[in-house]
Write a protein that binds this ligand. Structure first.
Ligand code: SF4
Length: 466
């Protein structure tokens, strides 16, 4: 699974400062949220500078282009595509000229109805340079802005048309605006340091530059950040419940981040402890699928009293499995990524802890690797309930028919994966571990109960996305 993107916005009261380096470091700490492209836009009060490129943050930026980006206010983006192909035109920030200057947008999320909105704009004569929903947002906002000259009003009007998830940082000339969708699916936090305000997808982006986490951007909040910070609300139909993505806590976010006031590391420890209570087993050692399940495996080990060990070593310098076009190649890529430590595995009864099981192909390949290395028993424990339905809010998982749990019960999955026992964390326990009320979490991929309406022709929509 891949998350769609990470975003950063920064404003310095010191008009002489160059903020691009802080944005660069913050993007570096959000690299896990997207590795396809990276970009920064800054403004110095007179001109906007933008640099974007394909690849990792360290591939796209160097001292020369960072120092060349003058400005005390700016935004940044790392991308993994779920809407639009992996092309430089689709990298962000997306920049457009309009009658009052330039607008740059960086977006984390997916606008479910962006195809209809785009068709509507095309019928009105608007031209598109990319295939992203961020460009659709850009057009809609400049159209509304041209009516009133007020960007907050423009965002409020545009928000009435949008279905989906969106955390946004927007540079309108030298004004920084920050937007979080009315149900807060994607995370967005605010930090401060020495005359500077930062916003970012995760608080790790503040730690790296020495900023302090102040608070989360509220769902449905619009912030205008300059020498002072003004907060506005989006128009909503009554009391819209929040729907924070539960998967940020289970897998996507870094464990050293704080999301909506919850320490991700603590949530994952609790997940491991609760898994041990729900699915205890007689075994010799607890091992994680590295890296994302390490914290949950530590929790399981502490609760069960079983020793924690490492049985798989991850090669961190390998490409991601999604680039492998065939099933056979995807399975090979697992072996490239994970190598077993035979001496730790031979003759052992292992509790293998993973954060989630999506297609099941990676889990099956890992089980085969562990068996070949001599593991006697493998008891798989999974840190969330079965994923039975796709995500429509910016997480590239799989189509419904590719999800192993979409048409199999737990016993059938156990047999398919070839493990001795299989235990998933229950939904009630997951909600308790996260510490957010059930009705304030999105659990759509676990329950098929999504917090927004979905496209009418869901199969066609899925086929175009995946
Ligand atoms: S459907 Fe699943 S992955 Fe997508 S936002 Fe909801 S909880 Fe997160």
């Amino acid at each position: 699974m891949q998350d769609k993107c990470g975003i950063v916005g920064a404003y310095s009261n010191k008009k002489t400062s160059n903020i691009s380096r802080q944005i660069y470091y913050s993007l570096y700490s959000l690299q896990h949220r997207g590795q396809e492209s990276a970009g920064i836009s800054t403004h110095n009060g007179e001109v906007m500078s933008t640099h974007r490129g394909m690849g990792l943050v360290c591939d796209v930026f160097n001292n020369g282009n960072i120092e060349g980006m003058d400005g005390y206010v700016g935004i940044g983006h790392v991308r993994y595509s779920t809407t639009g192909k992996s092309l430089i035109e689709n990298s962000q920030p997306f920049v457009s000229e309009f009658e009052s200057g330039k607008i740059a947008i960086a977006h984390n999320g997916d606008i479910i109805n962006s195809m209809e909105l785009r068709k509507d704009l095309e019928c009105k004569g608007y031209k598109f340079k990319s295939s992203t929903d961020s460009e659709v947002l850009c057009h809609l906002m400049t159209i509304e802005y041209s009516k009133t000259g007020d960007m907050v009003q423009a965002i409020q009007q545009v928000s009435k048309k949008l279905i989906g998830s969106y955390s946004l940082v927007i540079l309108v000339n030298n004004d920084l605006l920050v937007v979080r969708d009315p149900i807060g699916i994607k995370p967005l936090s605010m930090g401060k340091m020495d005359g500077m305000t930062l916003v970012a997808s995760e608080t790790v982006a503040f730690d790296v530059v020495g900023a302090k986490y102040v608070r989360d951007v509220e769902p449905g909040e619009i912030l205008v950040i300059n020498d002072e910070i003004k907060s506005f609300k989006m128009p909503t139909d009554g009391n819209v419940p929040r729907a924070h993505c539960m998967f940020e806590y289970v897998y996507f976010a870094r464990p050293d981040s704080i999301l909506d006031g919850r320490n991700v590391y603590d949530v994952r420890l609790k997940i491991g402890k609760t898994l041990s209570q729900e699915h205890g087993v007689d075994a010799d050692v607890v091992m994680p699928v590295p890296d994302s399940a390490i914290t949950a495996a530590i929790g399981y080990s502490r609760e069960s009293g079983l020793p924690y060990g490492e049985g798989l070593i991850k090669n961190r310098y390998i490409g991601r499995t999604f680039i492998m076009p065939t099933q056979e190649e995807r399975e090979t890529s697992v072996k490239l990524k994970m190598n077993p430590i035979k001496s730790e595995l031979q003759g052992k009864r292992i509790v293998l802890v993973d954060d989630s099981v999506v297609r099941g192909t990676t889990s099956k390949a890992l089980v085969d690797v562990l068996r070949e290395a001599g593991a006697e028993e493998i008891h798989l424990r999974v840190g969330c309930p079965p994923i039975v339905s796709p995500c429509y809010y910016g997480i590239a998982m799989a189509t419904k028919k590719e999800l192993i749990a979409s048409d199999k019960d737990v016993e059938e999955i156990r047999k398919t994966l070839g493990v001795d026992s299989l235990g998933y964390l229950s939904l009630d326990s997951l909600v308790k571990c996260i510490g957010i009320k059930r009705n304030e979490l999105c659990t759509g991929c676990l329950t098929c109960e999504y917090p927004t309406s979905l496209p009418e022709n869901i199969e066609e929509y899925e086929a175009n996305r995946c």
